[in-house]
Design a protein around this ligand. Structure first.
Ligand code: AMP
Length: 216
């Protein structure tokens, strides 16, 4: 299976598309945000440093990100195809990743850009709630995936919580960072001829368009 690099603004559907591809095709989903959130829970000076960086919405340093990512890529389960979600975030990371791919003998694969408008993304972030127990995602603003009972998960009854960086201010920072730092990646991958654009407004449409790219 082709490896996939997902490029998208915050809440543009990276997690949702990844989940569908993992379930249907057995892809391994590698989210640098998840790797960092896990690392931030460690009770060490590094864990505390990562936690502070995440809370501010700013990008974490390349040194930390590449260390966590390369360790994850070296595990055997990535051989049958993996999805990179939230990485690379900058042109510098994309250039550094070209070296990683060569060094670890990996395949660059295809790049998929998920597209959606600013207001849709803002509401998805500000209204997002997650289940403490099973990780299911809900939204209390968009009218899509509203929990049936306020504060509780429909699937397992677990308590819902808000990610600490899912607030208005952090969204603005993350969106501006996306425009500023991530969009130049599009030109970088266009030159390599491996980039594709997918509208992320509907789940089904997003999966179908992605499958067409993977089967091409
Ligand atoms: P995400 O879960 O992808 O929305 O990422 C959450 C936060 O993790 C971001 O706001 C950044 O602070 C950090 N982060 C995730 N991926 C990267 C990356 N590739 N480079 C630097 N920071 C990252």
């Amino acid at each position: 299976m082709k490896n996939i690099i997902l490029i998208a603004a915050p809440a543009a559907g990276k997690g949702t598309l990844s989940e569908m591809l993992v379930e249907k095709y057995g892809y391994v989903h590698i989210s640098t945000g998840d790797l960092l959130r896990d690392a931030s829970k460690e009770d060490t000076p590094l864990g505390k440093k990562i936690s502070d960086m995440l809370q501010s919405g700013a990008l974490v340093t390349n040194e930390i990100v590449f260390d966590l990512l390369e360790k994850r890529l070296m595990k055997d389960d990535t051989k049958n195809g993996y999805i990179l979600d939230g990485f690379p975030r900058t042109l510098e990371q994309a250039e550094m990743y070209d070296d990683t791919v060569k060094r670890l003998n990996l395949d660059l694969g295809v790049v998929i850009v998920l597209e959606s408008d600013y207001e849709t993304l803002r509401m998805r972030i500000v209204g997002r709630m997650l289940c403490e127990e099973c990780g299911s995602v809900y939204n209390v603003l968009t009218g899509v995936n509203t929990p049936k009972v306020e504060g509780l998960c429909d699937k397992c009854g677990g308590k819902l919580y808000k990610r600490s960086d899912d607030n208005e201010e952090s969204f603005k920072t993350r969106y501006d960072t996306y425009l500023d730092k991530t969009k130049p990646l599009i030109d970088f991958y266009k030159e390599k001829g491996i980039i594709h654009f997918v509208n992320s407004d509907s789940k089904e449409g997003m999966l179908k368009a992605t499958e067409e790219i993977l089967n091409d």
